[in-house]
Ligand binder design. Structure first.
Ligand code: ATP
Length: 316
């Protein structure tokens, strides 16, 4: 039995050792990357029982990623190997000024992108309390989109909770409108919706965080948390037996932003773990903001994800 399950592509990330154009870097640090795998790692570090379903190539990158995920204590029994397709990878530039780093993806035709409805396993899904999904896996191919949609529906039907981070990746979509309508449709299948403010505006056509949240609450969400970067987050819960709640959590002060990538994934780790522990939405948003603030202070996507002991000593 799992607390949370996720489907998604893990990629090997090569991070340039010095600032400047990627082609001028001559040494790279090797790390793991992938929105869903970042969240899986974060939840596992907090002691949740996490299952991850994916496909990796039969190559050194696949072996590296599988070992890394297993080391985090994640159940990888649903990770298949594809001898005919490669594992995806990416290059990430180094930035020292807090701007978004350049990223170059090599994931087209990857093993994970060939996943599809044949990988649907309702029994595995129903063995978990919760499914976390993002717009990245849905963007990989028509078959991963179909699989993701079916998984979200199956979890709903099984009476489990589903969370969703839109994680818009325009370069993976044939058109902006296709991206908008598809991701909006997926978000409507989730109980907990976690958009960034710009994403929320794009998806809903509404301006203010309050109105973005209302859009999904009106369409059946139980909780919406809108991420506001260095301004923290806005949360609104629909109630579910208790009084509805809404408010703003400030960001935790950060001495220096090193690398903005991974903040949203860290935020999701905080919100999901807290809600699964029965905390209220404000406490969940606070925990998310704390982990998000840690994530922007490190270069990799997962170094900032805390252990349970670190979370406890911060009183979150
Ligand atoms: P990304 O997709 O780049 O990982 P996102 O757009 O999904 O991020 P952000 O709003 O950038 O999400 O960040 C998520 C959360 O992390 C914010 O709600 C905030 O609480 C925290 N955070 C982000 N940037 C900062 C910052 N500069 N200082 C403090 N906290 C931050």
């Amino acid at each position: 039995a799992f607390d949370a399950v996720l489907l998604g592509e893990a990629m090997m990330m090569l991070m340039a050792d010095r600032p400047g154009p990627l082609e001028l870097a001559d040494a790279f640090l090797k790390r793991t990357a992938g929105a869903e795998t970042n969240v899986a790692i974060g939840l596992a570090r907090l002691g949740l029982r996490v299952g991850w379903s994916s496909r990796l190539g039969e190559d050194s990158m696949g072996r590296y990623l599988l070992a890394a995920m297993q080391r985090e204590g994640i159940d990888c029994s649903r990770v298949a190997r594809d001898p005919s397709r490669p594992t995806g990878f990416l290059f990430k530039g180094r930035v020292d000024d807090g701007s978004d780093p350049p990223v170059e993806y090599h994931r087209k035709g990857s093993a994970a992108s060939a996943m599809g409805p044949q990988d649907l396993d309702p029994g595995w899904l129903a063995s978990a309390r919760h499914l976390h999904a993002t717009g990245v896996f849905a963007a990989l191919s028509p078959s991963t989109l179909a699989l993701q949609e079916q998984c979200m529906k199956a979890m709903r039907d099984a009476g489990r909770t589903v969370s969703f981070d839109p994680n818009l990746r325009p370069s993976l979509w044939p058109s902006e409108e296709r991206m908008r309508s598809t991701i909006d449709g997926l978000a409507r299948l989730a109980h907990w919706v976690l958009p960034g403010l710009e994403e929320g505006r794009f998806l809903t056509g509404r301006e203010r965080p309050e109105d973005v949240a209302d859009y999904y609450l009106e369409r059946g969400a139980r909780a919406v948390v809108v991420k506001l970067g260095s301004k923290g987050a806005y949360f609104h819960g629909a109630g579910q037996g208790t009084a509805s709640c809404a408010g703003h959590v400030p960001a935790f002060p950060v001495p220096a932003v090193v690398d903005t990538v991974g903040a949203g994934d860290g935020f999701a780790v905080g919100v999901i773990s807290a809600l699964l522990e029965g905390r209220d939405l404000q406490a969940a948003a606070r925990r998310g903001a704390w982990i998000g603030a840690r994530a922007v202070q490190v270069r990799g996507d997962t170094e900032g994800l805390p252990s349970r002991a670190e979370l406890d000593s911060a009183g979150l």
